[in-house]
Design a protein around this ligand. Structure first.
Ligand SMILES: [Fe+2]
Length: 316
């Protein structure tokens, strides 16, 4: 069976299809030397991908000296301990938490770094991605990391400094999950078949390496030396196909007051009988909705409009 993990080895790997003299797109530069088209058709949201890079590959994005900048503007700073015990902390607590063996996770990093914000906007545009993109950073002392879990988003780890070992499953625990895996082991084990460590693939990430995992993929990480990594997260929540069609349908029907009208009030006690007029109204409305959906299905312009609208109005 063909390996599900690509291990392109930097300059010796496949060449990105960029024409000479044409500046590569933002996503092409991050994925280089793997071709963006191949990434989308074979890996993104499908299977794990490892791309080896030179040590300075991501220096233009982030360097260790930038870690402390703008910590008052990020979404959240968390100290994460073994078994995923974690707490929100203030910037002043970071040094002490690192000393106590915690991994420091910063979410919403793009709010503190205009360059990272610009990169998320560029990639969203370049890939016509309807979900939201954000950056996180992880600072982990040797031995620290994250215990086994899965996330409700594509995790794209860019190793900036130090080395970190990752373990990951080749198949997701849940496809396009709406939530991260439960933190408590008892709840996790009651809901999912939790893989053993030896069943997982393992890779050591060095500076310049990239690991992209589909949403819902089991993973675990441990720093081997003081490790700093960026994580480019692709979040599908609120941007599923159901959301796109529902938003288009809502836009089409919302101006008609008949759709804003509540169902007729029913005297208490008659509820169990299910009044026939309620059933009639619901059937009439479903018929109208069905016709609206069919009109949308048969019109390329309407479908394109729904798609374009989802790109501009989806979750940011
Ligand atoms: Fe994770």
């Amino acid at each position: 069976m063909k390996s599900q993990i690509s291990s392109a080895t930097g300059p010796r790997g496949p060449v990105n299809k960029t024409r000479p003299g044409v500046k590569p797109s933002t996503i092409a530069r991050i994925l280089s030397p793997v071709d963006v088209g191949e990434f989308l058709s074979s890996y993104f949201e499908r299977r794990p991908l490892v791309i080896r890079g030179t040590g300075d590959k991501f220096n233009y994005l982030f360097t260790p000296d930038k870690f402390k900048i703008g910590l008052d503007r990020v979404t959240e700073i968390r100290a994460v301990f073994p078994d995923l015990w974690q707490a929100q902390i203030h910037p002043a607590d970071i040094k002490e938490m690192i000393g106590a063996g915690a991994s420091i996770c910063i979410t919403g990093l793009e709010k503190a770094h205009p360059r990272l914000l610009k990169i998320t906007e560029s990639i969203k545009r370049e890939l016509n991605y309807g979900g939201s993109l954000s950056f996180r950073s992880y600072l982990s002392p040797p031995g620290a990391g994250f215990d086994l879990h899965f996330d409700a988003r594509v995790a794209t780890t860019l190793q900036i400094a130090g080395c970190k070992r990752w373990w990951f499953s080749t198949a997701p625990a849940a496809k396009f999950p709406t939530n991260n895996s439960p933190r408590q082991l008892k709840i996790l084990q009651s809901q999912y078949s939790v893989p053993k460590l030896k069943q997982l693939r393992s890779v050591l990430l060095r500076p310049g390496d990239l690991l992209c995992l589909p949403a819902g993929t089991w993973h675990r990480a441990r720093a081997q030396s003081m490790s700093l990594a960026l994580n480019l997260a692709f979040d599908h929540n609120g941007a599923g196909i159901f959301d796109v069609i529902l938003a288009a349908l809502h836009k089409k029907l919302r101006d008609d007051p008949e759709w804003r009208s509540p169902l007729p009030a029913v005297i208490q006690g008659e509820r169990d009988a299910f009044p026939p007029e309620i059933a009639t109204i619901l059937r009439e409305r479903i018929d109208i909705m069905q016709r609206a959906l069919c009109d949308m299905r048969d019109s390329d312009a309407a479908l394109k409009h729904a798609w374009m609208n989802s790109l501009s109005s989806g979750p940011q």
